[in-house]
Structures are given as C-alpha cells and as structure tokens.
Design a protein around this ligand. Structure first.
Ligand code: FES
Length: 317
C-alpha cells in the first residue's frame, strides 16, 4: 500500500463557489488516480462527485485535469505522476462548466459534434446492395476512429478558451473521419469542406499541440485538422482568411527565404478588402508605438534560391 495526497478542486452548484480540498488515502501501489478518487468517495467523503464507468480507458467518462493537463483518471497511474508521494492536483476539465466537483457539463461538447453531422452521407440506395470500402482506404481513418469522445482535447484547447465558436479538436477529428471515408458522396464531402472552411472551422486552430499531447488514444486531432485544411484547399476552398494566410506565408518564404510579416497581414484579409484592412489599422498603430512594426522593405535573404528550389521540388513531386 502507498499513501496518496490529493488536492481536489470542488464546485458547489448551490453556492456556485469553488474551493480546493485535500485528502490523503492509502491505495494499492499499482492504483490509478481514479481508484484513489473512488476510495476517497467510498471511505472519506461521500459528497465528492466524479463521473466514471468502465475504469479501462474505454468509455471516456473520467476525463479531468491532473496537475494542469487533461487525462483519463483511470489510465493515470499514481506511481508515474507521484512516485515520491507528491501531491496530485485534480480539477474538472476545462472549457466546460462544472456541474459538481469533477463532473462537467458536456452539452457544448456534444453540440459541436452534432454540428459536423457525424454520420456517413453515402449514395442511397447503396450500389450492389452494400457500400464497399477497401481496407487500405479505411486504414488512414483507423487512428481517428479510436476516439472515445472523452473531451480531454477540448478541455485543454487554447483556441476554445478564447473563442467558444471554434468547433474544436474532437468534432474536427470526427469530421476528418467522414471526409476521408471513400463511401461518402462527392457532394457530401464538398459540403463538409465548405462548412469547415468557415469561421470557427479548421482555420481557427492555433497549433498549440495540447490536443495532441493530452489525447489518451493518440488520435492527434491537430494533425487531422491540418489534413482537413490541406484537403479543403485542394478542393478549392481558398477564399477565406486561413487559406489566404497560408498561401501568402508560403509565397513569401518561397520568394525571399523568409516571412514578410507586413505583407502576410495584408494578404490574409485580401488586398482589395478595404474594410478589413481598416480594421487592422489600430493593431498596426499599436505595433508601431511599441517598436514591433515589421520592416516594410523586404529583401531577399542570402541563399533564398535554395529555399525556392525546395518549394519547386515539392510542387513537382
Ligand atoms: S472510466 Fe471509462 S475511460 Fe475512464
């Protein structure tokens, strides 16, 4: 047996107040964090609320923040996170309202999943009585299909923290699962890519990598978001800030060997979009006053021809 020290963030729905409460409890040396929390609830404090079911990293219900990052409590070995009896801080998942203690309201999470229409939109009726998908074509989707909808990626998503309109990593990974499915009709795939290219979609991810790091099933949602961006651009959805930014970025590096920040800012909004350009003025003035205005004269860097060659080789590939 070993003694575990927990510092648990508690939320009282009646007073709407949060506080931290500390517990010490003896558990088996091989215990998971969830075992310790359940033991606290069973033997010390029956008022402590936690959501769990399978205790095997399958149902996805025990997501919570452990020492600042989202994890499945049932998959988190205490021997790994607190080998010398360190206090473990446990909090409810982020980007969701707590209902009580470690139990969060996942309504917004499910609403975003529903938003991407998480079902196959295949030709009806199916040709030859059924839809045939070659195993090779489905292999690419296998990783995404491992998602157990635990919400860990959403909990730690930096973009969602500042803009609740962002569809978020879990729903976008789910969208990738359908965009990449060969049984979807061309029209359905196109409609999805068009929707996902709008505000709140694939271009609102800021590449913080948190979703990749915290996903307990290695779904790597951010990589799937980047795949969706590429697919959407290849399908012609380039009339949006994200695609314009990406194109301008690549063009600048290809031609000069480095980033022309001032030009990228202008081209991202579209050089002919006067109202968008005017909206950027205050930011430009602030940058100027703080000495952070990028140079307006942009010279080629020595060796930029090598960078250009790399681009050309990639384009000819
Ligand atoms: S209890 Fe099911 S995933 Fe942890």
């Amino acid at each position: 047996m070993t003694t575990v020290n927990l510092k648990v963030k508690r939320y009282d729905p009646e007073t709407k107040e949060s506080r931290y409460q500390e517990y010490s409890i003896d558990v088996d040396e091989n215990a998971a964090l969830l075992d310790a929390i359940i033991a606290v609830r069973e033997y010390q404090d029956p008022t402590l609320a936690v959501r769990c079911s399978c205790r095997s990293a399958i149902c996805g219900s025990c997501g919570m923040r452990v020492n600042g990052h989202a994890r499945l409590a049932c998959k988190t070995k205490l021997a790994e996170i607190a080998p010398n009896g360190e206090t473990v801080t446990v909090e409810p998942m982020g980007n969701m309202k707590p209902i009580k203690d470690l139990v969060t309201d996942m309504t917004a999470f499910w609403d975003k999943v529903k938003q991407i229409q998480p079902w196959l939109r295949a030709q009806q009726p199916p040709p030859d009585h059924e839809h045939i998908a070659k195993p090779d074509a489905m292999m690419d989707l296998a990783g995404t299909m491992n998602c157990i909808m635990c919400g860990c990626c959403v909990s730690d998503c930096a973009s969602l923290e500042v803009d609740q309109n962002f569809i978020g990593p879990a729903a976008l990974a789910k969208a990738y699962r359908f965009v990449g499915d060969p049984r979807e009709t061309e029209q359905a795939r196109d409609d999805r890519l068009k929707e996902l290219s709008k505000y709140g979609g694939v271009w609102d991810c800021t590449h913080c990598f948190e979703c990749v790091q915290v996903c307990p099933k290695d779904v790597a949602p951010m990589d799937r978001i980047l795949d969706l961006r590429r697919t959407a651009m290849e399908a012609g959805y380039q009339d949006n800030y994200g695609a314009k930014h990406s194109n301008s970025f690549a063009k600048s590096v290809k031609n000069s060997g480095w980033l022309n920040e001032a030009r990228v800012a202008v081209e991202s909004f579209g050089v002919d979009d006067v109202s968008a350009q005017l909206k950027m003025l205050p930011t430009g003035v602030r940058a100027l006053l703080r000495g952070k205005m990028p140079p307006l004269l942009h010279h080629k860097r020595p060796g930029s021809e090598h960078v250009k060659r790399i681009f050309q080789e990639m384009e000819n590939d």
